[in-house]
Design a protein around this ligand. Structure first.
Ligand code: GLU
Length: 452
């Protein structure tokens, strides 16, 4: 993925028929980050030709979920706006004799498939429609039969050098001639995708390995339309922890649900692209860093399990390394102040970003729980030894250096009552960092057991 002379053009092409899941995110990220790293273009293309299942609400949700991941497309397209281009491609394929009308009903096709199976033949379309004469067609159309249209495959081995799987090939003589236009005139994805990829100048198509066979067919269609085939890469698919495939329809591991559960977008992104590769799954501080890390050649061949339990740990680890500027807006939305000093003090203790609000309460608000009564004398002695303001990162060490000899306490007997009195909690961020944030007035009041 080095900077190439001509910047690459990549696309993510979901059908807006459900919410994106982590497997879809994997595809989106591979494409978007490839483009980002090479200074190329990333297109979001809604494959919405199936009007009965596509909705604008899902299209909006997809854009929102991608934005949450940090992906902003350079261009957005909808196949439903591009019908004229598909009409033109269909005309061209008809003219060059690569698209032919076929009249079989679904039931007829099924009967033929069964009969081929019984005879030990592959259950592919037998091309009976290619034998029809003009008279046959006229007669059938007079009977009210409306054709669907099939692309006549060359029946050869189509080979390509796959970015993930190296040498790949599909023998199109083993496949049915694909239907590109349904009897109702609507177009199938196999056609529309190819027309768009040619017209949009797509140079690289990275998608799931469930599309390998499609790629053989699509390369033939691209060539028939006079286009240049893009470079293809087919990544392995993610599954649920039990090995079951992810389904958009069933709402498995949707980005939306992960976001609502408080997972960090960068952790989801890192796990979605690094799972199922030979690369270590480690937190990243930005998508640029993730873009540098990914390597398509390191993607495994077998499907990979995506475990949401790994995500919780990666969310925490991600937060622990994020700089303040990466979270400042979200902290402000949670009502958390304290700037960078507060963030650096607490980030190592967070499991979710929202946990920062509780620590902000400790610093800026009131605490619920105070120290044990038997420590009251010790704590008032400690209050008397608090160093004079202004406080900074060295204040805590100075204070402890005075409290320790004066009280004769050490270890847990020294530190635990101080922490409990100052924060109301048994554990948490380093007091060295919290003390200056709590400040002299609150610290003194809390040590003295006054409400604060
Ligand atoms: N709409 C197709 C899908 O979601 C796009 C596949 C492709 O990338 O060409 O599977």
């Amino acid at each position: 993925m080095s900077k190439s002379a001509t910047p690459p053009v990549l696309r993510f092409a979901p059908s807006p028929t459900g919410l994106l899941h982590v497997g879809n995110a994997r595809t989106a990220l591979y494409n978007a980050l490839y483009a980002r790293r090479a200074g190329g273009t990333f297109i979001l293309r809604y494959d919405d030709t199936d009007l009965s299942r596509s909705t604008s609400a899902f299209a909006e949700a997809i854009a929102e979920d991608l934005a949450w991941l940090g992906l902003t497309p350079d261009r957005v397209e909808r196949q439903s706006d591009r019908t004229a281009r598909y009409d033109a491609a269909v005309e061209r394929l008809k003219q060059i004799g690569r698209l032919y009308p076929a009249y079989e009903s679904e039931e007829e096709l099924e009967t033929r498939r069964l009969s081929r199976r019984r005879r030990g033949l592959p259950p592919i379309y037998d091309r009976a429609a290619l034998m029809l004469t003009d008279d046959d067609r006229t007669r059938m159309e007079a009977q009210g039969r409306v054709p669907h249209w099939r692309f006549r495959l060359n029946g050869r081995r189509v080979a390509w050098d796959d970015l993930v799987r190296d040498e790949q090939g599909v023998d199109t003589s083993t496949l049915s001639d694909p239907v590109l236009v349904r009897a109702d005139g609507s177009y199938l994805y196999t056609l529309t995708s190819v027309v768009d990829d040619i017209e949009m100048g797509v140079t690289h198509v990275i998608r799931g390995e469930d599309h390998v066979t499609n790629t053989g067919v699509q390369i033939e269609i691209i060539e028939a339309l006079g286009g240049v085939a893009p470079v293809f890469g087919h990544h392995n698919l993610l599954t649920l922890p039990n090995g079951e495939g992810l389904s958009k329809r069933l709402g498995h591991l949707s980005l939306r649900a992960l976001r609502e559960a408080g997972e960090e977008a960068l952790a989801v992104a890192a796990l979605a692209v690094l799972t199922g590769t030979s690369l270590a799954v480690e937190p990243v501080a930005s998508l640029d860093e993730l873009a540098e890390r990914i390597d398509l050649a390191k993607i495994s061949r077998a499907p990979a399990r995506f475990d949401p339990d790994d995500l919780a740990a990666l969310t925490a680890a991600t937060l622990h390394g994020l700089p303040h500027e990466a979270v400042a807006g979200r902290l402000a939305a949670l009502g958390v102040g304290g700037g960078e000093a507060f963030w650096l003090a607490v980030r190592g203790n967070l499991a979710r970003l929202t946990d920062a609000a509780a620590w902000w309460q400790v610093v800026d608000g009131r605490i619920e729980r105070g120290a044990a009564p038997e420590d009251a004398d010790f704590l008032s002695q400690a209050a008397g030894l608090l160093p004079p303001a202004p406080w900074d990162g060295s204040t805590y060490a100075q204070w402890i250096a005075a409290v320790k000899p004066a009280s004769g306490r050490s270890g847990r007997a020294l530190f635990h009552p101080l922490r409990l009195a100052l924060t109301g909690a048994d554990s948490g961020p380093e007091l060295k960092a919290l003390l200056p944030l709590i400040g002299p007035e609150k610290a003194r009041a809390r040590l003295l057991g006054e409400s604060a």
